[in-house]
Every structure is written in structure tokens, then in C-alpha cells.
Design a protein around this ligand. Sequence first.
Ligand SMILES: O=C(CO)[C@@H](O)[C@H](O)CF
Length: 533
Amino acid sequence: MGDSGPTYLGLDLSTQQLKAIVVDDQLKVLDEAYVQFDNDLPEFRTYGGVINKKESASVAVAPCLMWVKALDMLLDKLRVCGVDFAKVQGISGCAQQHGTVYWSKGSRELLRNLSPDKFLHQQLCNAFATNYSPIWMDSSTSAECEILEQTVGGPQNLAQITGSKAYERFSGPQIAKIWRTRPDAYANTERISLISSFVASLLVGDYAPIDYSDGSGMNLLDIRTKDWNDQLLEASGPDLRGKLGETVPSYTNLASISSYYVERFGFSDQCRVIAFTGDNPASLIGMRLGKGDLACSLGTSDTLFLWLDDPKTLPEGHVLCNPLDKDAYMTMLCFKNGSFTRERIRDSAAGGSWQIFNELLDSTPRGNFGNIALYFDAPEIIPALVGDHRFNKADDKISRYSSKEVEVRALIEGQFIAKRAYAEDFGFVIASNSRIIATGGASANKTMLQVLADVFNAPVYTTEVANSAVLGAAYLAKYALHRDKNNFQEITKYIPEPQLLCTPYSDAESIYKPMVARYRRIVAQLLKQNASS
Ligand SMILES: O=C(CO)[C@@H](O)[C@H](O)CF
């Protein structure tokens, strides 16, 4: 269909920015726009889209009104790009997972009666019981995690029910902390959204439901029944079921877009809003992950995920409901120290230049002369460690490396060796048909991806655009509207296959298989030292 055909809009509210992508009926990218929170909304004084509270490094929040303002700005940017909103047939989206938004009493009426003559943020400035939403980088809820695990008889049982043992960043512990520390705000809360369903609510002009996939990242949802677990709700806050509302499959066709967007931006009143989901489930969609593939998202946080037909209980990592098939699942492993850490070493070793960083990386041999290191700016999720830990070829812990080249390679090899160790723990087997599909900002760096291919001893592919989350959101919009006639493969058949970018060197397995074993020994030793200190 020429340029008169229907289009689909995908949104991604990530940590650092709000992104939009417009695709045509064959899912070809027509337009993209971004609102960078730090640069475009400096009045909110975020760093990387985040505010780390002074009193504690482990508290991480973001101003929800910043996200509201960003939506108006983003749609204005798309309009300036010449996007004809009247052709948008469906909108879906995704967002950073686990963060929670607390709508104050009466806000549903505000959403239902948005005036097209004013900005969203002018009308919603009093819509939130707390103006700062806890986000996934917060790790201040260890006490609440302990309570949730005790409620159901321990971490293994919690993982069996909800897909994960308790994690500080998960929404259940975060909601419980608000209830404990801000009882007034909790009492004044009419609805709690995830950040994904919060954005969908802005577009629908009413409270949008939480989807199964993003809801799996809360330590509250039973991933088999898809319903809230009442024991866990009671342990997280009174009347929580009423505040959370019902859950829906990620491909649910929610409603027509609010008249606010019809009158202010020219959307058709037939434009449908689809449920929003988490950024990682959306990436699984955007990469059209097949069974046997391993997806590696290299962004603010690094994330690995796989498609699963049946749920498993994992000691580490997460099992989520699958966004494309309500009876399937996906596994996910998150590493908090992703691009911020890579940028720190780029700044200290390569003067802030990726070109120099890559030259340094290319100038050292695979295996880095036996050096191996772990770098954690923030408390890492897996393993639960923080700080820099450098080791020489004799496994002696040292405070610094003599050369910048060694430091750069130690960072990248260390991050990828850790990923291989945990991917193998949750069942990934490197076979002849294995593919590593890389996405996220750093997947544009071929020098880094060569190390990824070597460490995993598997070919690395990349998808059409660096950020598959926002692409997956756009695919979800079309899939949701046409799934009754076509399956996902049919709907996405026009999309080019992921491109092969790097293949491993023949000596890679002989170098990195032993380094994975060394990594496990080093981490066990560091965790043991932590436990005894
Ligand atoms: O915490 C995470 C997933 O569990 C991260 O990938 C966030 O979704 C990043 F926004």
C-alpha cells in the first residue's frame, strides 16, 4: 500500500527518554522521534532520566509529571516531522519495567475529561499521590522483599508462584514501601499503574489495565492463573486488588484513543489503543525471537531473554508471561550495570571517545593476557555485588591495570562472560543453530559485538534498528488488531531477517570456556567475603 495506507505507532518510555516509531502496513519504519528527559526537560533535573535521592544511593525515582510532559512534546515532534496522525490505526507501547505510578483520588475523572486546549501536564499536575515514582534502579526495599518471601514460605515458593524470587526493584516490594513510609499517599491512591499501563492510561483517557507480561515483574501476579496472588497483595498493602485493577493479555485491544488526541493532534477517533507492556517483553517481540535464540539487550541495563513454552522456577532471573502468547512464557536476566558502566570506562580509559575505546579493545588479544574483572557502579542484581573487582592471570585481586587497553577489554569480557555463565544456568545451550540477537544502544558497536560472539562462541545478529523495544511495540499494535486473521509470523513477514554481524574466532571456545569457570569461582569467593564481612 502506498503512503495512504494505515500506520501504527509504537512508544517506549525507557529510563533516559521517551521514543516513538511510526511504521507502515508492512511495518517499515516511516518516522522516529525522541524526547531526552535530561536535555529536553531540564527543569526536572534528572541524570539519565533518574533522580537518586541524596539520603541514600539506593533510592532511585523519576518525576511522573516529566513523563506526562514528554508525551505532549513527543507528539509535537512527530507532527513537525509531518506525521499524519489520522492514518494511525493502532498504538501500543512499552516502558521500563517495575516502576509504579500512584494516581490520587479523583484522577480518573481528570483523565476522562482532558481538555484539548491545554497541555497534559497542566491538567494532571495534581493527579499523583506521590510525584516521584520509584523506578527499576531503586534497591531500597530489602525489608519488603523479606516479608514477601516469608509470606509464601521462602524465595523458591515466591519464584514458583510469580516467576521470580523477591527483587528490590519489583513493584510489590516498592508498593509495600510506599504503604509503610508514605501511608497518607497510599491512602490517597485510587489506582496504581505500572509505567507501561500509565502511558496507556494517558492515551485512553482512563485507567488502562496492567498486562500479563509486565505484571509478571511485580512479585504479585501468579504467572499460571494470571491473577493476583491474594496472600502477596495483603502483604504489600490494604485494598491493593482494587488499586491495581484486572490484568489483560499484552495484545488486548483496550479502547479508542481519548478525544484529547483527536482534537489536539488529529488522530482518528477510530484509532485503537492496545495494552502496553514492559520494555523487555517488547524487545522479544521486536526481535521476533525464535526458540533457540538468545536475545541480548545492551542498554542502560543489559538484559538477556529467551522464549519458553512452559514456566520454570529459576534461582536467579525471571520468568514472565509471554507477550505474544498468553499460554507461553519468557525468561529474563537483568544486569543493572550496563551502559552507564561502559560509559564510565570509556571516559576514564578512552577520553570519552567510543572510537578510541574500540581501538583499545581491538588492540588486546582474546583472553586479555589472563586478566578478568567485574565492574559494578550500582549494586548489581546478579551477582549481588558492588564496586570494581580486578584480577590478574594468577587470580590475585589488584587495584588497577597497568594499561588502558587491558582495562577496556576486562570490562567488556567481564560483562559478557557473566552473561554466558547465567544464560547457561537458565538453560541456554550453545548449539549449531544458536543465534545471539543483539539489540539496545550498544548493539550498534560492532567491536563490542565481536567480543560477544567470541565469549558465547556463537554468531551475533542484529535487528534493523538498535532499539527493538519500540519496534516491538509497533508490531504489537498491528498484531493486536489483526491476530484474528493472521498469526505473528504472517503479520511480520515483510520484516528483513536479523543480519549476521559477527562470528566467533576458531580459538574463542578454548579461551572463554575456562574463563566462565574462573568467573564462577571469583564470584563465589567475593560473595563469601561479603557474607563474612
Ligand atoms: O529491571 C529491568 C527488567 O527487570 C530493566 O530491564 C528495566 O526494564 C529497564 F528499563
